[in-house]
Ligand binder design. Sequence first.
Ligand SMILES: Cc1ncc(C[n+]2csc(CCOP(=O)(O)OP(=O)(O)O)c2C)c(N)n1
Ligand SMILES: [Mg+2]
Length: 354
Amino acid sequence: MTLTREQKLELYYYMRLTRSLEERLVNLYRQTKVIGGLFRSLGQEADAVGAAYALDKSKGDILSPLIRNLGSMLVRGATPVEVIRQYMAKGDSPTKGKELNIHFGNIERGFIGQISHLGDMVPVMAGVTLTFKMRREDRVGLVYVGDGATSTGAFHEGINFAAVQRCPLVVVVENNGYAYSTPTTRQTAAAAFIDKAIGYGIPGERADGNDVLAVYDVTKRAVDRARRGEGVTLIELMTYRRKGHAEHDNQSYVPPGEIERWERDNDPITRYIDVLRNAERVSADEFAAIDARVQQEVDEATDLAEQSPMPEPQEALREVYADPPEIAPLWFRGDVRSAVTEHERPSSWGTYDG
Ligand SMILES: Cc1ncc(C[n+]2csc(CCOP(=O)(O)OP(=O)(O)O)c2C)c(N)n1
Ligand SMILES: [Mg+2]
């Protein structure tokens, strides 16, 4: 399937939105309005957006993002106001202050909440896609991992299990050169991460991660294979992390000139603007209209999020367990238990007094 001009412009919109939203979050972070860390995907927007775009919303495909995949959640319908509220731990954020940054999910919109432990989403998505297969559903799953995550046991066990079971799963390794301060050369002795695919008996494909159309194409091929029942594909996207692990990291371990080189020669948005100008004859006015729309959406989302209340203390106990326990456990006594008023306490908790 080739993308229409409209879809190609939509890819530009999502990359722009990802970047502008993160820039706004930096602003809020510096005003100390963000709770916790701030994780950027500067220079990697094409990976998250291009790969997510290759999934089919109408079929119920599901992806699992990591901290550098905000763009994939936006493609799946996460809204800027949800993201800003979540970063600010507001009471009306998706997790109502119980989680931070982009740690939230929404099954209906096709993205699931991430586990921080590197690699752990691979076995989770192996399970999700095994379910698709057992129920004979025409659905595909996609899991993003970083180069660092490939060194974990969970990555190995998850991808091996999914390969053996021929689960409809796409594993995207975002090779951005670093895992915190560890360069890729210290992460693996393999020449390329896709070489690992041989060991699992699955196809591996590498693509330029800063070329959004190449990312879309390679992922679409893998999604199609998965949907045809041909199992797992390992994709390696070559990109570069232009910011530190998080906003607090000053990247003192990065060789001089490296970041500047990637910014100057290989920015995914700048490169894509050239492609759209030349191949699709997109005019300056068309770009300006999309940029203005993005700006307005980010501004409106910021205003709304700033007005949002902080969570009520009792919110800490809600939506943590699927069901309230039949008998309140010991730790619901004392201060913590009294955070829930008698009125709000479900009757099923009983009157356990310890
Ligand atoms: C098992 C485990 N070890 C360590 C960490 C701490 N940690 C969080 S992110 C990160 C680096 C991740 O690098 P990579 O997988 O390359 O992803 P990137 O940040 O480059 O996108 C580390 C070490 C963790 N979350 N889980
Ligand atoms: Mg990395």
